[in-house]
Write a protein that binds this ligand. Structure first.
Ligand SMILES: [Mg+2]
Length: 370
């Protein structure tokens, strides 16, 4: 299909309460939205690399810049027949996976709308329902955390993920495990540690965590492989898996026993599918992670979670957790919290609310084919 027109929006949507992780505290979530138009249909994508380059080297500002100055120019007026073809065109631009990811998602949405099929069918999803856990950031004290977990358990969430960083670490896990002996839970270190902390990771083995997510540096595989040999708890890689190549290498050196796939981190849906298949062929299960996207990006995550090798509850953030008003119509967790049913609408099935888009847009770029 030919890309006749495209637009990029850099948006900032305030959140209800500050959200603290190993990267610091956020009061609003920034992302870029990409709209691709072939003259008859529109496809939308979103990437949320954060406003601060803590998760990766990208931010919403760099993604907007790279998208407008380079990626847009490479595809405008072109006839692009597959996600692989799009990724091939983008290969001349190194890195910048989030920026590429927003375009790639928009291509998949546009393609599915043209074919008049739901995105789940376009990507080969096999599940009718999707299971999602809940993530808790650093809280003011342990008692508040325990109270919150009890509420979430009572609501029916199948697992809890706890952000983990210096000062909110072993004592926190010990308290949670003591209060909830049977809780399925894991921790996410967001690259906050090094091999100097190996004794601390060994101590975590006795708390029966489902996994330890990204304990070491954001682009490392080798140290993770070393750590995995020293501890019984499975390692899950997030930040380190920035491409299908990195996933293949992680499998080769046994750097992890789970991979969390985030469409933005890996450059979109095309590469998410490749990583899913690499893991499946290696017998390593996946689950779908999340940045701080609006309901648009979250809906892509939910559809990725219908893939067959997704075998742990994913991070599909309920809209009410963060936003007073979402950029898109939020996905309901239905019939209960932690359970989602993908839409049968064509494409991704959601588009940004025009009033909210106008209200939250900080920068806008448009390009027309000659
Ligand atoms: Mg993570």
């Amino acid at each position: 299909m030919q890309i006749d027109k495209l637009a990029i929006f850099r948006v900032c949507n305030p959140i209800k309460t500050p959200y603290t992780t190993a990267f610091g505290t956020a009061n609003a979530f920034n992302s870029i939205l990409v709209k691709l138009d072939n003259g008859k249909y529109e496809g939308w994508g979103e990437a949320a690399p954060m406003g601060f380059p803590g998760f990766s080297s990208e931010t919403d500002v760099t993604a907007f810049h790279i998208g407008g100055k380079f990626l847009s120019q490479l595809i405008i007026g072109k006839d692009i027949s597959s996600g692989n073809e799009l990724q091939k065109i983008f290969m001349s631009v190194k890195g910048n996976s989030f920026a590429k990811g927003a375009f790639d998602m928009a291509w998949w949405d546009l393609n599915a709308r043209m074919q008049k099929i739901p995105i789940k069918n376009a990507i080969g999803g096999t599940k009718e329902k999707v299971s999602a856990g809940y993530t808790l950031g650093v809280m003011q004290d342990i008692d508040s955390l325990l109270e919150r977990i009890q509420v979430l358990m009572d609501s029916g969430y199948p697992r809890i993920k706890l952000k983990y960083c210096p000062g909110w670490d072993l004592d926190m896990v010990r308290s949670v495990r003591s209060a909830f002996p049977d809780l399925i839970m894991h921790i996410d270190c967001n690259s906050a540690y090094t091999l100097d902390d190996i004794d601390m990771f060994k101590k975590l083995d006795k708390y029966n965590l489902a996994m330890i997510e990204q304990p070491l540096m954001n682009d490392d595989l080798i140290d993770h492989a070393f750590l995995q040999k020293q501890i019984a708890t499975p390692i899950c890689l997030d930040e380190s898996i920035s491409s299908p190549t990195k996933a293949r290498q992680a499998m080769q050196i046994k750097a992890c026993r789970f991979i969390n796939i985030k469409h933005g981190r890996v450059g979109g849906i095309t590469n998410s599918l490749k990583i899913h298949n690499i893991c499946q062929d290696s017998g390593v299960p996946c689950w779908i992670g999340a940045m701080c996207e609006s309901a648009l990006g979250v809906t892509f995550s939910m559809n990725l979670a219908t893939l067959p090798n997704v075998k742990y509850p994913s991070d599909i953030t309920p809209s009410a957790k963060f936003y007073e008003r979402n950029l898109c119509k939020p996905i309901p967790d239905n019939p209960k919290p932690g359970l989602f049913i993908p839409s049968e609408e064509h494409g991704i099935g959601v588009v940004p609310d025009s009033e909210m888009l106008k209200k939250t847009t900080l920068d806008q770029f448009e390009l027309l084919a000659n």
